[in-house]
Design a protein around this ligand. Sequence first.
Ligand SMILES: C[C@H](N)C(=O)N[C@H](CCC(=O)O)C(=O)O
Ligand SMILES: [Mg+2]
Length: 365
Amino acid sequence: MKITDIQFGMLRVPLKTPFKTALRTVNQVEDIVVMVHTDSGHVGHGEAPATAVITGDTHGSIIDAIRHYIAPRLIGEDIADLNRITQLIQTALEKNTSAKAAVEIAVYDLWGQLYSAPLYKLLGGGAPVITTDITISVDYIDKMVADSVSAVERGFESLKIKVGKDIGVDIERIKAIYAAVDNRALLRLDANQGWSAKQAVYAVQTLEDAGIRLELVEQPVKARDLEGMRYVTERVHTPIMADESVFGPMEVIELIRMRAADIINIKLMKTGGISNAIRIADIAAMYGVECMIGCMLESSISVAAAVHVAVAKSSVITKVDLDGPSLCQYNPVDGSVVFNESEISVGDAPGLGIREIRGLERLEG
Ligand SMILES: C[C@H](N)C(=O)N[C@H](CCC(=O)O)C(=O)O
Ligand SMILES: [Mg+2]
């Protein structure tokens, strides 16, 4: 099974409600879809969003990186040589992790198709059902309370609450949600870099002193401020999770050595795809550090790939934030990974098991 061509599409899916974080507001998933064609007629699918404020990647840069740097290296490569191909992708150019992720996902999809097995089985197996949280966008307090209660009523047992806008209001937001949810769900906070280290310690300690139990607090300070991450981690009881601070395996090793966070959020769009996600999970496991697997605003192509990784690495990936498809008005993908609110299950179809993508706009060239 040799690679013959790489084609592009654009997938647009409106969100149920605007997605608001300390970094941005988004109304729809708008992702590049990558189709890797082979001489056997098999097609592998990948996907990448343009999360410029986090990865630096735009739609244009994703297409350009693949078209001019990654694709020329892959034409003629045999899917059976998976490690060689992932190495070619990762060394094609610096950064551009979303472009690398989209192509890697498609290649792993083909690798599963080659051996007629669902990807998670080739990655080591596991129980093919996982549970995700759902994100509550940062907003007026009453709206966040209503969104949280509604999510609990829909069966979500973990809520990822976006904060990081205004420290005083953030504390009030969490107190109000905690009271309304009344132990029916775990609360995870994500400040998306919106606090200073001192503000983060103040906010978390204030909530702890008020008897509010938080499962974790994600990325309280600026991505590059590892000293700030450590400052917070050392001073609060609540586990601190690194998201924007860590992309690849080298950064994870540095973060763990510095003891700058308790938990690591792995996202395929930061790692450059599946090969580094697995590496990070293995490194974290060696150090006894737990991981979450997360997503950007992605639909159920790239999120399906993350689900396969989550299933195969469930001993170290103990937390799941793969709510991209749940945030969308509809699922454009007919595939073997089934997203049913908090429950995500994986079928037995080969690779990612994608049968059809509705509404895919082909991009020429
Ligand atoms: C969608 C997911 N639950 C999430 O919250 N991801 C964000 C970044 C998403 C984005 O801005 O596209 C995160 O964990 O920071
Ligand atoms: Mg985050």
